[in-house]
Design a binder for this molecule. Structure first.
Ligand code: GCU
Length: 691
């Protein structure tokens, strides 16, 4: 019940296909084609050497099997030399004589190319605009010249916050809203092996090639995955490997103490270094293609180098040195801040923390350290500026971390299609319009990472429409220039097979109407103008305007009778704006130039402050909250139109979630509006009830 139902394989499955090459992933490609052919009446021929000249509609070949790297069959050759190396995951698609030809230098390229052809469907064979994927619009009427596709990011990774044991507070999956873990259950590996294979296939189809299989908060049982429970990890790796996915492991920095029995985990202690080297050697002896470690250190109570008077470069390099001989990497998270802040102290600013800790360390990290930075400076809010760390560490490999699981964006009860938000983030240019983008920094560094939203729910993601977020994440990591709306079309085509629907246009239009702007809708009825939080403490669902206001977590809005917002300016506030390079440093500092949607993230303003939109802050809050609720009501009405056009169980599930979204949106609207009305005394210009 996700993308890739058997029907979408019709175009490939009804053809005569030749697969040539050897390797585990070539076997996977052949098995996929075989399965499709069995269902749709086509055939598969398999050769390990030079493809023969017998006719085929589709040729999938490793270039090594081609004499002179030339594709088989008559007709104009694809000049591979001119196309250059395809790389470990790249591929070229061409129309060649009567056949469609997919070539790759390495097996993974064939796999990604196969899924490209699935996306194209009949177009892959009809010759019309075959390359007009969202990636590269090509209006050529004919099939056009051969085009090479290579991923922008070498590593496209999902972090599962899955616990092996059920955690007393966080459950099986921390911040999971889709049932239990697909990897673990009650302290043991989960039973559904075929489900893990199905998952690997879904991930490969959207381009993901790495998965970290346990929570970044590493508890006692999970710590042991590194040592005596390594077999469990190896079993998972066996299931994910045929789809080109490498396994990574979240480890505790205290492992030498809690697992090795050493008195210290001090990165400068030779016995500690030796323990990590030995342990890592054993991991690779069991799992030669292991990806590496993921570490949350000195953050929210996790152990780290600070206990020993060392810094994060010392800590990360310790693990990097153990991994380097084996070719592994360490993802070291920059999500470090003081979670025991005194709320009375107005100078400490959580937004500053990652930069203050990490920017001074630039240049000190080993080459196989990837500093993994949350996209925003605080914590996956509905709206935040891009983290200044992204622009602050030119001498360090950075990965950017997104949150597909909807912790702060409706917990998969609300429709909140995040691709437009991620696209904005990835296209953001920290050094100004002509400079490099966030996507460029990630592509040159450690790639893109996201916290997974998947569980053992029949729809995988709790809310069936939240599948589109997972799909879009993978595709944006492959190519950050992809258009979010076109990606939604891809997902619709691969999931609902609209061509077979009774009313394809209504189906597509309705899904776009509901989903395209749903992130902004969510923003409208929740915390206003980038101020963030206002969620119920602990579980983070639903409104509680002051829920975090007088707590230690550093997430405050400072609303009083006169105004609201966090003064992060250099002139009068915490100085956070100074962490950005020009021009953003000046733009965010300036009350006039700061974008409306981030105003309260950077400035404390009176309620009568007039936004660029022409409305006052108070009126903006009232209007957007009423609008947000009205938009959710419209979503509910639109969804009703799809009854009978989609699977009834899916329809029922979304209907039920939309009802909850509407209830919750009203609650947000009522509480936020009442709160600001009572604080400010400002009436609504339209006289609507504010309670
Ligand atoms: C958030 C989230 C935690 C998580 C943390 C992290 O604070 O609420 O559950 O552990 O992010 O990213 O490490």
């Amino acid at each position: 019940r996700a993308w890739l139902p058997p029907e979408v394989w019709r175009a490939i499955g009804s053809r005569h296909t030749l697969v040539s090459g050897t390797g585990l992933l070539v076997d996977t490609v052949a098995a996929e084609v075989q399965r499709a052919a069995a269902r749709h009446g086509g055939t598969l021929r398999r050769t390990t050497e030079t493809p023969d000249q017998a006719p085929a509609d589709l040729v999938l070949a490793l270039t090594a099997t081609l004499p002179g790297r030339r594709p088989p069959a008559a007709g104009p050759g694809v000049d591979l030399a001119a196309l250059g190396a395809l790389g470990p995951e790249g591929y070229v698609v061409a129309r060649h004589g009567a056949a469609t030809v997919l070539l790759a230098d390495a097996p993974a390229g064939l796999l990604y190319g196969l899924f490209h052809l699935v996306r194209l469907g009949e177009t892959a064979f009809s010759g019309a605009a075959a390359f007009s994927g969202a990636a590269a619009p090509d209006s050529a009427a004919a099939f056009g010249p051969p085009r090479v596709f290579r991923p922008a990011m070498a590593r496209r990774m999902l972090d599962h916050w899955d616990n092996v044991d059920v955690h007393p507070v966080m459950g099986q999956v921390e911040r999971g809203y889709s049932g239990g873990s697909i990897f673990w259950r009650d302290g043991a590996p989960a039973a559904g092996r075929s489900r893990i294979t199905a998952y690997a296939r879904l991930l490969a189809a959207c381009g993901i090639n790495a998965v970290s299989v346990n929570n970044v908060n590493v508890h006692a049982t999970e710590a042991r995955l590194l040592t005596d429970r390594l077999d469990d990890v190896a079993d998972l790796a066996d299931l994910l490997r045929p789809y080109g996915i490498r396994v990574h492991l979240a480890v505790t920095f205290a492992a030498p103490v809690v697992l090795g029995g050493l008195p210290t985990a001090d990165p400068h202690d030779p016995a500690v270094r030796h323990w990590w080297a030995q342990t890592t050697r054993r991991v690779y002896a069991r799992l030669p293609d292991f990806g590496g470690y993921l570490v949350k250190a000195d953050s929210e109570g996790q152990p780290g180098p600070f206990s020993y008077g060392r810094d994060h470069a010392d800590g990360a390099n310790l693990l990097a040195d153990a991994l380097a001989p084996e070719g592994g990497v360490v993802h070291w998270r920059a999500f470090v801040y003081n979670h025991r802040q005194d709320w009375r102290d107005r100078r400490t600013d959580r937004a500053r923390a990652a930069y203050d800790h990490f920017a001074p360390l630039d240049g000190r990290f080993r080459d196989n350290v990837i500093v993994q930075v949350k996209h925003g400076p605080v914590d996956f809010q509905t709206r935040e500026p891009v983290s200044p760390v992204v622009a602050a560490m030119p001498g360090t490999r950075l990965a950017v971390e997104l949150q597909v699981t909807q912790e702060y964006t409706g917990q998969q009860k609300h429709v909140c299609h995040l691709a437009p938000w991620w696209s904005e983030i990835l296209r953001f240019a920290p050094w100004g319009a002509d400079g490099r983008t966030v996507a460029d920094v990630a592509a040159d560094g450690g790639g893109l990472v996201a916290v997974s939203n998947v569980g053992d729910d029949p729809f995988w993601t709790g809310h069936p429409l939240a599948q589109a977020n997972l799909y879009a994440f993978g595709r944006l990591a492959w190519d950050p220039r992809l258009d979010p709306s076109a990606l939604l079309d891809e997902w619709i085509d691969l999931t609902f097979d609209p061509a077979r629907s009774a009313d394809p246009q209504l189906l597509r239009r309705t899904l776009h109407e509901i989903m395209d702007d749903s992130w902004r809708t969510y923003e409208r009825y929740t915390a206003p103008l980038g101020v963030g939080f206002m969620v119920r403490p602990g579980h983070h669902y639903g409104p509680d305007v002051d829920g975090y206001e007088y707590t230690a977590w550093g997430t405050y809005h400072f609303a009083d009778r006169d105004g609201v917002g966090v003064d992060r300016t250099r002139a009068t506030g915490t100085g956070f704006t100074g962490q950005y390079p020009s021009p953003w440093s000046e733009v965010y500092e300036s009350l006039d130039r700061c974008p409306d949607e981030l105003l309260l993230f950077f400035h404390h303003v009176p309620y009568h402050h007039v936004l660029h939109s022409g409305r006052t802050v108070a009126q903006h809050i009232y209007d957007t909250h009423f609008d947000g609720v009205a938009e959710v009501a419209a979503m509910c009405r639109r969804w009703e139109r799809l009854a009978g056009l989609v699977d009834p169980a899916l329809h029922a599930r979304v209907t039920e979630r939309l009802a909850e979204q509407l209830r919750c949106a009203r609650e947000w609207c009522d509480q936020v509006n009442a709160y600001f009305h009572r604080k400010s005394g400002v009436p609504d210009a339209q006289g609507r009830p504010l309670h």
